[in-house]
Design a protein around this ligand. Structure first.
Ligand code: NAD
Length: 370
């Protein structure tokens, strides 16, 4: 019997709690049917925490997150918080969690499900079989570099400036995480920068090359300029396995890769920190989508992005590959049968609610585990 895994669940606002209910049902199913069991705590974050405690994340919730094996997050935000003081905005809860847990590697998979190939704007033959993972450095680079600002020049014109900066250590730790992931997948890593025009890109390439030689020569490494990567992502995305890149390029390329597959309601993500001496990494898992106030409370949201985030949690925090594959397989199968929430409706499919999608996935889990 596997040891209990401690999980902190933060459903948040809008559709966050609705999709999380379906994940809780799957967690209960795991407790009943599989070797792994979970010790789950649930708490408030974002607008819900602001309403209850006057802050988007309490110190107590943060302490629980620090002590948990993994955090599963729903979504935060909503128009009712638009006038909240800046430091109390719902997204501050998420930003604080990411910062305090020192989560620096953001993982965004892009997987094309056969049943949804027609949801992509690209031709089916281009995306069939797509299964790539973008690892984006998420705590450094130009979004945080100093100096930055807008200044007035002596001639009266104004100048805006930002600083792209990376230390070798920042590059090394995200590259190591990406090499480890490539090793668990198909053994291919594409490292993306602009070493042709940026000094930080030159260092990025040097450090990744050194690390490859030292510790990861079993993984195939290629270097690619970011502009070429953007082209290849829409030209031949199936050529990629794992892509590692900086914060700015990762922001853009991961959104581009996400849209290869269609709906926001299908996209999971993870953000990982450094591994400690026992190999345990702090980690937060969350769907890419937001709180979708336009459909909140209507039992319409697609719970699959959140369920696939839970599958990532099983794989990356606990090494439970078979269990992760079980959840992903159940999703794949349900989609094949034509069961769809509104956001992924297609011709001839059956439109169902969040709850009925959850029912269908649980039934499929029962079948697969029988
Ligand atoms: P959104 O992702 O919430 O919604 C965009 C569109 O996609 C909406 O039409 C929505 O109905 C649809 N959609 C999103 N998730 C869906 C799902 N699971 N099933 C079906 N349809 C889905 O983005 P937005 O509208 O720009 O932002 C709404 C709120 O969410 C804002 O307050 C924003 O700040 C917040 N937000 C939070 C996060 C987060 O918590 N990580 C991320 C993005 C936006």
């Amino acid at each position: 019997m596997a040891a209990n895994k401690s999980l902190l669940i933060l459903p948040g606002d809008g559709i966050g709690p609705e999709v999380m209910v379906q994940v809780r049902r799957v967690i209960d199913w795991f407790d009943r049917r599989r070797a792994v069991t979970f010790e789950v705590e649930e708490d408030l974050v974002g607008g819900a925490a602001y309403d209850a405690h006057g802050v988007p994340l309490t110190d107590e919730t943060l302490a629980t997150a620090m002590a948990s094996d993994a955090v599963l997050f729903g979504a935060v935000g909503g128009p009712q918080y638009d006038d909240a003081p800046r430091a109390m905005r719902p997204e501050v809860g998420l930003l604080r969690l990411r910062k305090e847990l020192d989560l620096f590697a953001n993982l965004r998979p892009a997987i094309a499900f056969d049943a949804l190939l027609d949801a992509s704007t690209l031709k089916e033959e281009v995306i069939r079989g797509l299964d790539l993972l973008i690892v984006r450095e998420s705590t450094g680079g130009v979004y945080f570099g100093e100096p930055r600002g807008i200044e007035t020049l002596p001639d009266g014109h104004r100048r805006g400036f930002d600083t792209q900066t990376y230390t070798d250590e920042e590059i090394r730790r995200v590259a190591a995480a990406a090499f480890d992931l490539a090793r668990q997948r198909r053994g291919h890593l594409t490292s993306v920068e602009k070493a042709n025009v940026m000094e930080s890109g030159v260092l990025w390439r040097e450090v990744v090359t050194e690390l490859h030689k030292e510790s990861y020569s079993d993984v195939t490494l290629e270097h690619m300029y970011a502009d070429n990567c953007a082209m290849q992502l829409v030209r031949q995305p199936t050529r990629f396995d794992v892509i590692v890149t900086d914060n700015l390029f990762g922001d853009i390329l991961s959104d581009c890769a996400a849209m290869l597959t269609g709906s926001l309601g299908m996209l999971p993500s993870a953000t990982l920190g450094a591994a400690d001496a026992t190999g345990r990494r702090r980690a937060l898992y969350e769907p890419v989508h937001g709180s979708a106030p336009d459909i909140a409370g209507k039992d319409m949201a697609n719970p699959i992005a959140c369920l696939l985030s839970f599958a990532m949690l099983l794989r990356y925090s606990f090494g439970l590959e078979d269990d992760a594959a079980l959840v992903e397989g159940a999703v794949r199968h349900v989609l094949k049968t034509g069961v769809r929430t509104a956001d992924i409706m297609g011709p001839g499919a059956a439109r169902v609610s969040t709850t009925v999608m959850g029912d269908a996935i649980l039934r499929e889990l029962d079948k697969q585990a029988a």
